[in-house]
Design a protein around this ligand. Structure first.
Ligand code: ATR
Length: 280
């Protein structure tokens, strides 16, 4: 019986219960996935103690607790360590271990949609944004061996910090969003990781697409809306698209694998999740 769940705030609209119940069903496993919302006014230490006293196999961690959870864990995998952020916790032999599945999740979503991209590790990548998601993606791509990854961000310092991650071997240029506007055509993969473009942010794209390289993949991790203005513009310029909800699914697939040792095919789930998101 897999008792799973999610901590964060606010999480009432989280898609994770739907995803993990479908994964449990598809795996033929008994279990459930519950929301353990912890409001900022509550005593975090006490709430975690309470959670740990339940018969729980593991839980996901989302905003604003991805860092705050770390002192309550017995160990971290190397990625979570490097990220200083945990989004998945497993209870194993009486101990609690933290993982971060965002980067691998993104790589899996990319590999599933565009396996050809992995044939050339010299492909040029541009990451727009330098928050937690950008950090995870940069680290995963450079661990995979990609050597030309640039980062553009409003605050340069944050992009510079990411470029230092893990003594990576990539040639990373760091520049402003304005500069990115002028050189989009140099890249084979452009990943939008900022909150700009979200429904709640007013939908305006972070960059203006005027010229793109042939066969470029343009990816947005925002999934509300599914087709952001940034992706619409990219499509009009002939780009191949990668939608944000696929990263959500693949990071969950990897978390589920950490808990159960089973990698579940996401076959119909992608379309089902699309329908849910479109109905919102
Ligand atoms: P996440 O963890 O989801 O990646 P985050 O850490 O809050 O989120 O990062 C948000 C990203 O969106 C950052 O790159 C942020 O830029 P700054 O580092 O300069 O803050 C970017 N961002 C948010 N609002 C923005 C705006 N109005 N214009 C440009 N970038 C913005």
């Amino acid at each position: 019986m897999y008792q799973l769940g999610l901590i964060g705030y606010p999480i009432q609209h989280s898609l994770s219960p739907w995803i993990h119940h479908r994964l449990l069903d598809n795996a033929g496993l008994e279990g459930n996935y519950r929301l353990f919302e912890i409001s900022p006014e509550e005593d975090f230490a006490e709430k975690i103690q309470e959670l740990k006293s339940k018969e729980i196999k593991g839980f996901n961690v989302t905003v604003p607790y991805k860092q705050k959870i770390i002192p309550y864990l017995d160990g971290l995998d190397s990625t979570a360590e490097e990220m200083h952020a945990v989004n998945t916790v497993i209870h194993k032999n009486g101990k609690w271990y933290g993982y971060n599945t965002d980067g691998i999740g993104y790589l899996r979503s990319l590999e599933h949609a565009y396996p050809d991209f992995f044939n050339d590790l010299k492909n040029k990548v541009l990451i727009l944004g330098a928050g937690g998601a950008a950090r995870a993606l940069f680290y995963a791509l450079s661990q995979k061996g990609f050597v030309n990854i640039d980062i553009a961000n409003r605050t340069l310092k944050k992009a510079e910090d990411i470029a230092q991650l893990g003594n990576n071997n990539s040639n990373t240029n760091v520049f402003t969003i304005e500069k990115a506007n002028e050189c989009l055509h140099n890249y084979d993969l452009i990943i939008q990781t900022t909150s700009v473009g979200m429904k709640s942010f007013g939908l305006k794209p972070i960059v203006t697409i005027e010229r793109l390289k042939k066969d470029v993949i343009v990816s947005d991790i925002v999934y509300q809306p599914i087709v952001t203005k940034f992706l619409q513009d990219a499509e009009e310029h002939g780009a191949r698209l990668l939608f944000g909800h696929t990263m959500l699914l693949y990071q969950a697939q990897y978390a589920f694998e950490i808990w159960t040792n089973k990698r579940i095919d996401l076959k119909d789930m992608e379309n089902e999740l699309l329908a849910i998101l479109e109905g919102r």
